[in-house]
Design a protein around this ligand. Structure first.
Ligand SMILES: [Fe+2]
Length: 473
């Protein structure tokens, strides 16, 4: 029997294989949209030490700290002011006045404390100031009678279809050196955001032993430089759950609920985790990935009743915030958003939602307008298809948290994915009028004015053309 003998390949054979290999490797990247080839230094993200200047205490005994504001009603004429005093409760009063006015008004809030394992919080104050005028600068003061501190904010313009308004978009921020870079880039972006749409995962205190809640305090001091001056619209992420029965903590969302308020009752919601607001030309719907959303649950019922209420002649821009993404081509959090997508996606397409912002995956991705609602288990239509009525899905969980970047992507890039890159950053949604908004994403490695991904977004109700897939400006 003849024994096969290995003979070395000829130079020509090697050449053919090399050329074939190059062609195939290119083909892998030609399936979907653009996977950015931006190369960054990949390092672990490290939390800033507690003695960092970004966490410093305000001067004076019992001075109010961790000051933050959010919208306090459905229309944008109320603001919830929140702050913490450490030594004693102090005053619950907020004094506020219009710019250039001597007429000072006062509102009374409430104060509470909570315990979490062996941690006891400071005195947490919340006070809603109401009946504000639109498009007006207000000053406000907290810590009355002790060491008061003064801040200011702008109220939004009256709700209407063609009032321009600019939102910042930040997710999964945490309190690392990268988080600080992200916030600085947002603050110094020449296109000034007027309010932040925050898509969940705030402090990452639960990464510490016993969910060390002093990291909830430090986070609130870190972001105060923005949150005291413009409203952050809060979405809850998995790092807000803080469910830890092993240390006796069996009430989910306990620290978040005490520290951060949302105007959920104004939109007939029964929990602070899902609600809606109008702000200028936008109708913002916030959903909770970590509250029940199956049929017959309160969140399901609320959303079903909520979507038909949106009047696009009043608020043309319909935007949804939800922590766990429904479309995600990174190899992280596989299928975590899938059950909610199955429940709610048909409604979002039916009601022509413009954009869905999510976090959770620590990277950036923007989808084309696609839907995956034709599948009925047996018809085989289980792949997303281009759909003019569908939202753009944007994953922006790239704020800079301690868990680091999600760098591992599925290959090839799926058809629905228009642009993806594993870098930290933030986004700006600059609504111009009822038909157009300029959306841009900004990575931390670039200068403040640089746009790393952008697209002119066309409103689904007033101008439902399919956008060019965008890309780097
Ligand atoms: Fe998350």
């Amino acid at each position: 029997m003849a024994v096969p003998v290995f003979s070395p390949p000829s130079a020509f054979t090697v050449y053919v294989f090399v050329v074939l290999g190059l062609i195939l490797s290119q083909a892998v990247f030609c399936n979907g949209g653009l996977t950015s080839n931006f190369v960054r230094k990949v390092e672990n993200s490290v939390d800033m030490p507690l003695e960092s200047d970004v966490f410093s205490l305000p001067p004076g005994r019992n001075a109010p700290q961790q000051v933050h504001i959010t919208q306090g009603d459905h229309e944008g004429r109320a603001v919830i002011v929140s702050w913490v005093t450490m030594e004693d409760p102090g005053s619950n009063e907020v004094i506020y006045w219009k710019d250039k006015s001597e007429d000072k008004k006062s509102a009374q809030g409430s104060v509470s404390k909570y315990k979490y394992h062996d941690y006891t919080s400071g005195f947490i104050h919340h006070c809603t100031i109401k009946s504000l005028e639109h498009d007006t600068k207000y000053y406000y003061q907290v810590g009355i009678g002790q060491n008061p501190r003064t801040f200011w904010f702008m109220t939004p313009p009256k709700v209407g279809p063609d009032v321009p308004y600019t939102f910042g978009v930040i997710g999964d921020l945490g309190q690392t050196y990268d988080s600080n870079t992200t916030l600085t880039h947002y603050e110094r972006n020449p296109v000034k955001g007027q309010a932040v749409l925050f898509v969940g995962d705030l402090s990452y205190a639960d990464n510490y032993p016993n969910h060390d809640n002093t990291r909830w305090d430090s986070w609130a001091r870190f972001v105060e430089r923005s949150t005291a001056y413009q409203p952050w619209i809060w979405t809850t992420g998995n790092h807000e759950i803080d469910f830890a029965p092993e240390i006796g903590e069996t009430h989910p969302f306990k620290p978040f609920k005490h520290r951060y308020q949302t105007p959920y009752k104004a939109s007939n919601s029964t929990e602070p985790f899902w609600y809606s607001i109008k702000r200028g030309p936008a109708y913002i719907i916030v959903l909770s990935s970590y509250s029940a959303y199956g049929k017959y649950t309160p969140q399901h019922q609320w959303l079903e009743e909520e979507l038909p209420k949106v009047n696009r002649s009043e608020t043309p821009w319909l935007i949804v915030l939800v922590h766990s993404p429904w479309y995600n081509s990174y190899n992280y959090h596989y299928m975590e958003g899938e059950t909610m997508r199955v429940m709610f996606e048909p409604w979002l397409v039916q009601h022509k939602v413009d954009i869905v912002f999510s976090g959770h995956v620590h990277a950036y991705e923007r989808s084309k307008r696609v839907s995956n609602i034709g599948y009925n288990i047996i018809n085989g239509k289980c792949n997303p298809v281009e759909d003019k009525s569908a939202p753009i899905y944007i994953t922006i969980g790239d704020g800079g948290n301690i868990e680091g970047l999600a760098t591992n992507m599925t290959e090839p890039q799926p058809d629905y994915s228009a642009f993806r890159e594993a870098s930290f950053g933030h986004a700006i949604l600059d609504i111009k009028n009822r038909t157009h908004a300029f959306y841009s994403w900004h990575r931390n490695q670039d200068g403040y004015a640089v746009t790393a991904d952008s697209v002119w977004v066309c409103n689904r109700f007033w101008h439902p053309v399919v956008e060019s897939t965008g890309g780097r400006a």
